[in-house]
Design a protein around this ligand. Structure first.
Ligand code: HEM
Length: 517
């Protein structure tokens, strides 16, 4: 200490005892983390060795830390309507399984049917939907089935399956009434218009009727879909996608408009939930004969399984999301093809002639082989959900894709994401033949639905609304074919990839249609 100032510079002062113990604690912590990291690394190497794992090819990143180059390229591809085409090209360049960086985290990209079977079925328990999905959709869907895993997901899944099976019988009547509205709403013959707008409205009318017991009837009042809460809902989708991409950094994206749209959506759905909670509903199995004749509502079935208004709202928001855009996209893509291929439309029409103009029952619908093959083929060429992903919950292995020949197993460490491009899988020429990019429903006379074809995914977590969605689309095709002699495209371009959440024709379905004489 200097006599004049009584000041000792801190750099020369001796640390106190408590400072020593703090330094020790931090050092010990760091050493512990390092040892843990090392032992985990060794255990992982042993695990990989024991399973014969080898590394798959790696994307040649220009930014090897965060992989921002590939993010930028994929966003540019999105802007120029070739996002899924780019995914397909990447697989063509790097193979059916390769690794790439997403904002600093390595992920496996695979379109190997063997791997997909393991991912979604045989090692289902090794994966979950993961933080990205939970975080991206939480404001909108809460803790609904779409973001849940483990026992919560199992409970919600069996509840929904029960609801679907209880309301099955009333589906066709509902579809018939909305098909009649669609037929009445379509413009008169020889007028140019975009059929996609009407198909979107049809899908929204069907799903609100099916889920809430009350249709928004947008075919009669387009504003019910194009304005207000459902417009707000549609506007949330692109932010959800961005939130997914940003992962734990999603907070950097402005939330105000997004949250306003979320609140509007919730208020809209809450109205149906409140009405359902106030209704007297007879428990399953106790309905009188008279009540049995009444339509069984999906929302009432769900309400019998939970009375929590928030849980009901979140589940119904999710169901509306999952159950509207995908069938609409399928219908739009299918009618795009019909409008370009008069030969296909003629065959559809000649097949439905067997019904003699009458509405089909379920058995007749399923028995229309060519119609069903057209739908299958459209789902192959333009899968409404064109990509998907899962995250490993423990160190696990995919059976193929590693090593120089791509035939060795691949290690997927806990926390790593596995991404799959359904679009690229469905366009693989080695699996589907040289005509993989062509619409050829005839291929379904010999093709089987294996893991190379997964428009609804597969395994325990496949689409729970698959049957309803397929019936909806087939029914609409039949009723249109019974009424329209020709559907002619007035769009000179080929099908262009759109950028909405479900994969659909960007330019809609610009047509001129002629009714039967
Ligand atoms: C043609 C139409 C449809 C297609 C192509 C389709 C496709 C899919 C796919 C690929 C999944 C898996 C998503 C994932 O886990 O990552 C899925 C899940 C789901 N779909 Fe569909 N879907 C369609 C129609 C519907 C309909 C009409 C509904 C309901 C009314 C529905 C409700 C659901 C639900 C609730 C899930 C989540 C299932 C779970 O996590 O266990 N879908 N769908």
């Amino acid at each position: 200490m200097t006599a004049e100032t009584g000041f000792v510079p801190t750099v020369f002062s001796l640390p106190s005892e408590s400072a020593y113990s703090w330094v020790w604690a931090v050092s010990a912590g760091l050493v512990a983390i390092f040892v843990l990291y090392l032992t985990q690394g060794i255990a992982r190497r042993r695990f990989a060795y024991a399973h014969g794992c080898q590394a798959p090819p790696r994307y040649a990143h220009r930014d090897p830390i965060l992989g921002l180059d590939s993010l930028r390229d994929s966003m540019q591809a999105r802007k120029s309507d070739r996002y899924f085409r780019r995914e397909q090209q990447l697989h063509q360049a790097y193979g059916n399984t390769f690794m790439s960086l997403l904002l600093g985290s390595w992920m496996v990209n695979t379109i190997e049917p063997k791997n997909l079977e393991v991912l979604f079925s045989t090692k289902f328990a090794d994966y979950e939907v993961g933080f990205r999905r939970r975080n991206a959709f939480a404001p909108l869907f809460g803790k609904s089935i779409f973001q849940s895993d483990g026992t919560r997901w199992q409970t919600l899944r069996s509840q929904l399956q029960l609801c679907f099976s209880r309301v099955q019988t009333s589906q066709l009547g509902l579809l018939e009434s909305h098909c009649q509205r669609l037929l009445a709403a379509l413009p008169s013959d020889n007028q140019k218009f975009d059929l996609a707008l009407f198909l979107h409205r049809f899908a929204a009318d069907v799903s609100t009727d099916f889920l809430f017991g009350e249709s928004i009837n947008s075919l009669e009042n387009p504003q019910n879909l194009d304005g207000g809460a459902l417009k707000a809902f549609a506007d949330t989708h692109s932010t959800c996608e961005l939130r997914w991409l940003l992962g734990s950094m999603s907070w950097i994206w402005p939330q105000r408009t997004f949250m306003k749209n979320v609140r509007l959506t919730h208020r809209f759905i809450q109205r149906y939930v409140d009405a359902a909670l106030e209704r007297e509903v007879t428990p399953p199995g106790k309905a009188s004969d008279q009540q049995n004749e009444q339509r069984i509502l999906f929302i009432d079935q769900l309400r019998q399984r939970t009375q929590d208004p928030i849980a009901l709202r979140d589940e119904l928001t999710t169901l509306y999301f999952a159950g509207t855009d995908a069938p609409a996209a399928l219908l739009i893509n299918l009618f795009f093809v019909f409008s370009k291929r008069p030969d296909v439309w003629d065959r559809v029409r000649s097949e439905v002639q067997s019904l003699g103009g009458k509405a089909p029952d379920l058995q007749q619908l399923k028995g229309l082989r060519y119609v069903q093959d057209c739908i299958r083929e459209c789902l192959r060429l333009y899968p409404p959900q064109p990509s998907n992903s899962r995250v490993a919950v423990r160190d696990t292995v995919l059976p193929t894709g590693g090593g120089p020949d791509g035939g060795s197993p691949v290690l997927v460490p806990k926390g790593m994401m596995v991404h799959l491009s359904v679009y690229a899988l469905h366009h693989r020429k080695d699996l589907w033949g040289e005509d993989a990019d062509e619409f050829r429903p005839e291929r379904w006379s010999y093709e089987k639905q294996t893991w190379k074809y997964i428009p609804f995914l597969g395994g325990p977590r496949n689409c729970v609304g698959m049957d309803f969605g397929l019936n909806e689309v087939a029914y609409a095709v039949v009723r249109m074919a019974q009424n329209f002699q020709t559907i002619t495209s007035v769009d000179p371009d080929e099908w262009v990839e759109g950028s909405s959440i479900a994969l659909e024709s960007k330019n809609g379905v610009k047509v001129v249609m002629c009714r039967d004489a």
